[in-house]
Design a protein around this ligand. Sequence first.
Ligand code: UP5
Ligand code: MG
Length: 190
Amino acid sequence: SREKPPFITFVLGGPGSGKGTQCLKIVETFGLTHLSAGDLLRKEISSNSEHGAMILETIRQGKIVPSEVTVKLIQRAIELSDNNKFLIDGFPRCEENRRAYERVIGAEPNIVLFFDCPEEEMVKRVLSRNQGRVDDNIDTVKKRIEVFNTLNLPVINYYSEKGKLYKIHAVGPEEEIFERVRPIFITLET
Ligand code: UP5
Ligand code: MG
């Protein structure tokens, strides 16, 4: 068990808004541990685990995997790490996710990043990614954006009202976007 509670940053934004890309840069520069909820779920599929088939079907439809499954994966990854600061990428995706996390982990995140990107830019990025993700097709990306708008934006508003939200304009070269992110973590270190 830990001496002090970990420092948790939630990283939110629509599909293709650049969460994963910017998380890698934050990791390189500030040494946080990156936990992508989507990557943890895709690992469950490829390891043929108990919930693999259900997770695959949910991702294929652009819907949200039940909270208890995702929260358990995140909790396990935090416990297995020696680090004390984490980026949780792509979670929570709905109010129910958020409440389940708070119930299980017993804490709120310290800060929340929101990569704000226009829909047509997100669609363009996802469709040109070509990494063989089952959800990177026009129909599923439209569904992912609809789910984001209806279920994830309320979570973002919740953290905004709590004064924990950092909204980042996510259009432009990756390096320029990182220059918008960097001051947030520099301020935290000092
Ligand atoms: N790219 C990045 N930055 C760019 C820039 N500034 N300019 C131009 N191009 C840029 O980037 C996407 C693409 O754009 C890449 O090719 C990149 O090079 C380029 P990326 O950094 O990968 O964006 P990201 O926001 O991470 O996009 P991703 O597709 O991963 O977002 P999603 O939120 O859709 O995916 P995630 O893996 O989080 O979730 C997938 C599915 O899993 C969900 O739809 C859901 O079904 C399920 N899920 C849950 O059910 N619960 C969870 O808690 C999490 C996921
Ligand atoms: Mg991602």
